[in-house]
Design a protein around this ligand. Structure first.
Ligand code: LLP
Length: 423
């Protein structure tokens, strides 16, 4: 459920007309609904009420400070993958004891920063990283709490670019070989083994792969890890199951958080552990849209193009994954339907939001809302073709706030210099 709805033929975000935001803030612009964000967080969190758990919002999905602050106020922890994401989380007053750090390529300075900040745990993705953590922790007189990200070799049945839990992926360590790595971890002086972690992919639309992955991790945890680790004097206290729950972009029917939680909680029976979840998309995906304005309609012998002022630089998902984003007119439009590509201004044929989409024929100046753009929208935006990044707007009831201003032309060249020899 979200708060983007038509009232008298006009789309609103909560109590604010999108047309008004377009007039006052301009287009393209990202617009988020605070009520939707909070609702999604609460529904997800409450679904796990029966299990001791921490929800760590996955910052990569949307890292705007206002949103992170809203989640922190709801009690959220954070799943981070870089020092930049850690910086953002700490800026909004996040509790470091609820921050988990994943990613295959953590750098020395990132590890030091996280150690000094006192995060809950590092999700370690390789043996070399484990040794690096030990050495870096020793260097600053700290102990690094770790869990090993295991790769359970489960097919999440999603786009290959966002599948992470299959053997061929760069993520995690082979679950079957993880005991060896755990043993090494326990023997290290500046590392403390506290958990086990797994994340198999994103935009999953069925519970089955989650259940299969959990069963594999659980079997291994019970049969091998728990006993062995105890023997070695370490106790696994956290089980991090990552994120990945999908949303409805088009005609998908992903499980509801309740069904997902039930299936997971069932798989935890008899286990005395704190569950960690790292949802991103399911919290923010349908809480945001990209508002664009039609610039031109162009017809060739074979195609119709609706050219809008947002492009792959603002929202790259269709170009990168061929993914579907619904597109709706801001003012309901009863014109004849046409089949058209909705494209941006970028000089690439890959720059499209929709291909051969049936849509009520808009005209120059009409506003179109690209729906479900709250996750992996702004965070993946770039300045390609030297377009300033769009603003981000947060709607709260009948108020709206610009939570990131539109970049200016000066922002585009900020930090660039011309060497004296060229002056
Ligand atoms: N935890 C880890 C370790 C992850 O790698 C990810 C996402 C998440 C949690 C959050 O997953 P979510 O709940 O959002 O599915 N740019 C792509 C998605 C990339 C996902 C990367 N990892 C897209 O636009 O579809």
């Amino acid at each position: 459920m979200n708060h983007f709805e038509y009232r008298n033929g006009e789309m609103f975000a909560e109590g604010v007309a999108l047309k008004r935001i377009a007039q006052e803030v301009g287009t393209p612009a990202y617009i988020y609904s605070l009520a939707t964000l909070k609702r999604h967080f609460k529904v997800f969190d409450q679904a796990f009420a029966k299990a001791r758990h921490i929800v760590c919002f996955s910052v990569k999905a949307n890292s705007n400070l206002a949103l992170l602050r809203a989640f922190a106020k709801e009690g959220s922890g954070f799943d981070i993958v870089s020092e930049g994401e850690l910086f953002r989380a700490l800026k909004v007053g996040a509790d470091p004891r609820k921050i988990v750090f994943s990613g295959v390529g953590k750098k020395r300075q990132e590890i030091e920063y996280a150690l000094k900040s006192g995060i809950l745990m590092f999700n370690v993705e390789s043996e070399e990283e484990l040794f690096a953590l030990d050495e870096i922790a020793a260097g600053i007189g700290k102990k690094a709490p770790i869990s090993l990200r295991v790769n359970p070799d489960v097919d999440p049945q999603t786009h290959p670019y966002i599948s992470t839990g299959m053997k061929k992926a760069k993520f995690g360590v082979d679950i079957k070989k993880s005991l060896e790595t755990y043993r090494k971890a326990v023997s290290l002086k500046n590392v403390e083994v506290v958990g086990v972690d797994c994340h198999i992919g994103s935009q999953l639309t069925s519970v089955t792969p989650f259940v299969d992955a959990l069963a594999k991790v659980r079997e291994y945890l019970d049969r091998v890890l728990a006993g062995e680790m105890k023997k070695e004097g370490a106790q696994i206290r956290y089980l991090d199951l990552g994120g990945g729950l999908g949303i409805n972009y088009h005609d998908e029917t992903p499980p509801l958080p309740d069904e997902y939680a039930k299936a997971i909680i069932q798989g935890l029976e008899g286990l005395d552990i704190t569950l960690i979840l790292e949802p991103g998309r399911v919290i923010v995906g349908n809480a945001g849209i990209l508002l664009t304005e039609v610039q031109y309609i162009k017809e060739t012998d074979t195609k119709k193009f609706i050219i809008v002022d947002g492009g792959m630089n603002d929202l790259i998902r269709p170009a990168l994954y061929g993914s579907y984003q619904a597109i709706q007119p801001v003012i309901e439009n009863n014109a004849d339907k046409v089949v058209a590509d909705v494209v941006g201004p970028i000089c690439e044929s890959g720059d499209f939001f929709a291909k051969d989409r049936e849509i009520a024929r808009p005209k120059r100046g009409d506003l179109l809302a690209v729906m479900s753009a709250g996750a992996y929208g702004f965070t993946m935006a770039s300045n390609y073709n030297s377009h300033p990044k769009p603003p981000e707007v947060l709607v709260d009831g009948d108020q709206y706030y610009i939570v990131r201003r539109r970049e200016s032309l000066d922002d585009l060249i900020n930090g660039e210099t011309i060497p004296a020899s060229l002056q």
